[in-house]
Design a protein around this ligand. Structure first.
Ligand code: C2E
Ligand code: MG
Ligand code: MG
Ligand code: MG
Length: 288
């Protein structure tokens, strides 16, 4: 409790700050409970599209939390709390298991002869350097029957560069298992070019901010072009996030970006709606 009363002495906490701390602690407590009971957490799935063909290539799993009193909370609210308290290791394990289970289920429901889908899962920096991480991943693959090449882990530049040598060693172990990896929000963090070419990754994911700025100027388009060139030189493919219009999709296709994701195709979807895309022709193909 903050000190109060006492003739003009200052409280330890400003009132607003106090409320914020209480809110964080109560969310942390609720999140811990949600993880223990496995209740309220769910995954939304956003399709990732091959830009040339318009075909469904995979999904990104995005964590959601339906809080008993506050309703659905976006990851921007609870991931930072999970990060700062270490709960993100348990949360990440839950996300990974759920996403793997789901992709196994969906591969079976695909039309015979269609290429396997991949499932992208976001990793927090803390998970990556958690000592048990590779073992956890191996266990989840075995337990769910997920083929390693169906799984794609998304990590941010900063997560890798902060502890580069350690991170590279772990990424190499994951790569040896056959798992795919991409750098998320590429261009917004800091990447050392001397490390980038040593990273055992498969794709760069162009941050949404570059996609939304593309139409404003030739310089902004040049940024995307440079990322594509860099990826080609290093042997990575390119995924663009935040594609909101047909014009975005067309321009990115013209810039030879391989895959795209965004509201133009679909929002992150609950499992039932995502499954329709797995089974039927995706609606954006008819839209052109
Ligand atoms: P991200 O990995 O960059 O995910 C893409 C975010 O962009 C998602 O927000 C998605 O809903 C949003 N998005 C997709 N298409 C569009 C579009 O066309 N326009 C706009 N304006 N936004 C679009 P979301 O689901 O709120 O997730 C935010 C971030 O939270 C993610 O960014 C990721 O960094 C983190 N996150 C989500 N799930 C997990 C998780 O399971 N583990 C960890 N560690 N982080 C997660
Ligand atoms: Mg991501
Ligand atoms: Mg991203
Ligand atoms: Mg992003």
């Amino acid at each position: 409790r903050a000190r109060e009363g006492g003739g003009g002495r200052r409280a330890w906490f400003e009132p607003g700050m106090h409320a914020r701390v209480v809110e964080q602690v109560s969310l942390e407590h609720d999140l811990r409970g949600a993880l223990e009971r496995e209740s309220g957490l769910w995954l939304a799935y956003q399709p990732i599209v091959e830009l040339v063909t318009g075909g469904l290539a995979g999904f990104e799993a995005l964590a959601r939390w339906n809080h008993p009193e506050r309703g659905n909370l976006p990851p921007g609210v609870f991931i930072p709390i999970a990060e700062s308290t270490g709960l993100v290791v348990a949360l990440g394990r839950w996300v990974l298991r759920e996403a793997c289970r789901q992709i196994v289920d969906w591969q079976d429901k695909r039309l015979p002869g269609s290429a396997p889908l991949f499932m992208s899962v976001n990793l927090s920096p803390r998970q990556l350097v958690d000592p048990g991480f590779v073992k956890t991943v191996r266990g989840i693959l075995r337990e769910t029957g997920c083929e390693p090449q169906w799984l794609k882990l998304e990590i941010t530049e900063s997560a890798v560069m902060d502890k580069a040598e350690q991170a590279i060693a772990i990424l190499q172990e994951l790569r040896a298992l056959g798992i795919k990896m991409s750098i998320d929000d590429f261009g917004t963090g800091y990447s050392s070019l001397s490390y980038l070419h040593r990273l055992p990754i498969d794709s760069l994911k162009v941050d949404r901010s570059f996609v939304s700025a593309m139409h404003q100027s030739e310089e902004n388009r040049a940024i995307v072009r440079i990322i594509v060139d860099l990826a080609r030189i290093l042997g990575f493919d390119v995924i663009a996030e935040g594609i909101e219009t047909m014009a975005d999709a067309n321009l990115l296709r013209a810039l030879a970006v391989d895959y795209g994701q965004g509201y133009h195709f679909a929002r992150p979807l609950p499992v039932g709606e995502a499954e329709k895309l797995v089974i039927d022709e995706p609606p954006w193909r008819e839209r052109g």
